[in-house]
Design a protein around this ligand. Structure first.
Ligand code: HEC
Ligand code: HEC
Ligand code: HEC
Ligand code: HEC
Ligand code: HEC
Length: 497
């Protein structure tokens, strides 16, 4: 009996012993791994932040930062290289990029009466942002405000100085100058560089930060609205707090959000209201095309009167951040930097590719980290999205041209502009939507379904405008109106559920 009693207890002791040894081994392994990891991280951090020279908020010359971070600087410099894809990245050589308004004549017609009808080209690499602005005939042939420099130079130190230490005050002051005055000031102070390291990085710790006053005000206005922002969770979290301080991306956003916010500083819709020409991002009701339009309607904003028809037009400007916000990638937490600045291995470290460019030139690192199918297949899927968007955009543009033709025919026969007011409102709505897609630089990729929705609305508004113009025309000439379809002019965009 004692035997049978002893055996299990000895067995138990052995089991406990083995278990203890195993636990000890595991703990040792974990501790060792941790130590190695900590050591590696320390080394990495050390390597990354070994400073040969001191850099501060005032150091806008990237060649100085290059001494500390040569790898990032080398790729940053490559934005001067020439690249091309089917719908993006046209040119980058010394010669000026192609004119969009010559390639798509309907663009030139719809911009009639505005500087964009004179000179409007393809974008290219960041290295050119300043020189392309200096050379465009929109600047050389038309008066422009200092506000233009907000997104085209490393201007924050100039704002700080102009505002005696207050960036926001200096921002208003410089925005309200003429382009030439502001340019001379930035040049005099030595900050005439395209987007530079301190525009996106805190010089003390290299953390991402946003510096553009237009973005800081714009994102705070978006947070203060009630529109859902599921792709920006910290905004939704801020709304649940006491809201005493405005939403501040530099304090409140996650690192992943910052990887998009740094680009949203410039790749956005903007306008310059008031005598200070204050650069403003119209996000007070939300980021969608009709929410921005509603804001412009509320403040009675119009960029120009269309030369032929006299319609009160809104000009759209590169709404990449807004469009990305409506897509599946934003919803899945994929940032601008994930695709446009992917990681690359350089020696033992992972660095972010600062050659900001079309991800189609870099599918392997930009897409295949998440999408494990062949490069050709990925490119083909993008091409399907872009071709469909392009074709729908051409169709929408054709309907806008038809609408303008109908209006001009009515005007030619003496129909008064008041009689065409409703039709001209439709032109405003249709053109705003077409331009929102045309001025966005991904040809639908950032949000394919949203892009199609916006273009479908544009076609509807353009055809309604055409019918209204024809009705006014026929009423004027005394023809029977009975045969015309009755139009239903909705005053505003559709309700957002
Ligand atoms: C899921 C990947 C992805 C994300 C996320 C993304 N983009 Fe893109 N982007 C693309 C692709 C693909 C194109 C199309 C490139 C082409 O046609 O050559 C593009 C095009 C562009 C272009 C025009 C490029 C050119 O060469 O002409 C700009 C500018 C741009 N994106 C900015 C942004 C910004 C700003 C964000 C974030 C708000 C963003 N993108 C988020 C994939 C992405
Ligand atoms: C300070 C403003 C500013 C910031 C910040 C900025 N961009 Fe740009 N970006 C521009 C301007 C201006 C151009 C057009 C330059 C030109 O055509 O001369 C441009 C061009 C581009 C292009 C076209 C490149 C090509 O080769 O055709 C891409 C892609 C792009 N930006 C993506 C991004 C992404 C992604 C970020 C964030 C990591 C970002 N940008 C941050 C202002 C900015
Ligand atoms: C909110 C930021 C922002 C402001 C303000 C801004 N730009 Fe830009 N600009 C951009 C971005 C981003 C691009 C690249 C995307 C594109 O070309 O669509 C760009 C591209 C350009 C280009 C190259 C392509 C083209 O349109 O021919 C020129 C020139 C230009 N801007 C001139 C101006 C002028 C003039 C003003 C003032 C009226 C101005 N910009 C104000 C952000 C801005
Ligand atoms: C348009 C914004 C932008 C500009 C301008 C910019 N960077 Fe970055 N940089 C980024 C982003 C985004 C990351 C990724 C950071 C992250 O995920 O935390 C990054 C990361 C880095 C890192 C961390 C290591 C790495 O590679 O991920 C260093 C160092 C760095 N950048 C140096 C520079 C230097 C030097 C310059 C100027 C020559 C510069 N950056 C200009 C956006 C920018
Ligand atoms: C960080 C991960 C990540 C990266 C990088 C990424 N994607 Fe995606 N992509 C996703 C997720 C997540 C979805 C949503 C579908 C899903 O959950 O599988 C998606 C969906 C898509 C879709 C189908 C949805 C649609 O909009 O029609 C396409 C096409 C696509 N990605 C292309 C690309 C391309 C091209 C690139 C590179 C320029 C890229 N993706 C980079 C994660 C990523």
């Amino acid at each position: 009996m004692s035997e049978t009693k002893e055996t299990p207890s000895r067995g138990k002791r052995n089991t406990i012993l083995i278990a203890l040894v195993a636990v000890a081994a595991i703990v040792t392994a974990i501790v060792a791994a941790l130590l190695v990891n900590v050591f590696e991280r320390k080394q990495e951090a050390k390597n990354r932040y070994v400073r040969v020279v001191e850099v501060t908020d005032e150091t806008t010359d990237p060649t100085i930062w290059a001494k500390n971070w040569p790898t990032q600087y080398d790729s940053y410099k490559r934005t001067a290289e020439s690249t091309r894809t089917r719908f993006g990245g046209h040119g980058g050589s010394e010669a000026m990029p192609e004119q969009k308004i010559e390639r798509d004549p309907w663009l030139k017609r719809m911009f009639g009466g505005y500087a964009f009808a004179i000179d409007y080209r393809d974008r290219r690499g960041h290295a050119y942002m300043l020189s392309d602005q200096e050379q465009t005939e929109r600047v050389t042939k038309k008066p422009q405000p200092g506000a233009c420099m907000h997104c085209h130079a490393s201007i924050i130190p100039t704002y700080r100085k102009a505002g005696n230490g207050d960036v926001m005050a200096g921002f208003e002051k410089v925005s309200g100058m003429t382009y030439q005055e502001a340019h001379a000031l930035v040049e005099k102070e030595g900050h005439l560089h395209p987007v530079s390291c301190p525009d996106c990085h805190d010089p003390n710790n290299m953390q991402l930060r946003v510096t553009r006053p237009g973005f800081i005000n714009g994102i705070a206005a978006l947070a203060a609205s009630s529109t859902p922002t599921p792709h920006l969770p910290t905004i939704e979290r801020w709304r649940q707090g006491d809201k005493k301080k405005p939403y501040d991306p530099n304090a409140d956003a996650t690192r992943q959000e910052m990887r998009s916010f740094v680009c949203g500083q410039c790749h956005v819709e903007y306008h310059f209201p008031g005598e200070h020409k204050k650069v403003t991002y119209p996000w007070h009701n939300g980021l969608r095309v009709e929410q921005i339009e509603a804001h412009y309607d509320e403040i009675k904003w119009t960029d120009y009167k269309q030369a032929e028809t006299g319609a009160p037009i809104l000009k759209a400007q590169h709404p990449e951040f807004e469009t990305w916000s409506q897509g599946i990638h934003a919803r899945s937490g994929v940032s601008c930097a994930d695709c446009h600045m992917p990681y690359e291995r350089v020696g033992a470290t992972k660095v972010s590719d600062h050659w900001v460019r079309s991800p189609l030139l870099n599918v392997n690192r930009a897409c295949q980290t998440c999408h494990r199918y062949p490069e050709e297949e990925i490119k083909a899927r993008v091409d399907v999205i872009q071709t469909r968007s392009f074709e729908l955009m051409q169709r929408a543009a054709a309907s806008l041209m038809a609408m303008m033709d109908a209006t001009m025919a009515a005007k030619k026969d003496g129909v008064a502009e008041e009689k065409l007011a409703e039709a001209l409102q439709m032109q405003r709505r249709a053109q705003w939507r077409i331009d929102f897609v045309a001025a966005e630089n991904s040809m639908g990729f950032h949000a394919p379904q949203e892009t199609a929705r916006v273009l479908a609305e544009a076609i509807d508004y353009a055809r309604q405008g055409e019918a209204l113009a024809q009705r006014a025309h026929l009423e004027h000439t005394g023809a029977a109106t009975a045969q015309l379809p009755s139009s239903t002019p909705p005053a505003a965009g559709p309700q957002v559920p």
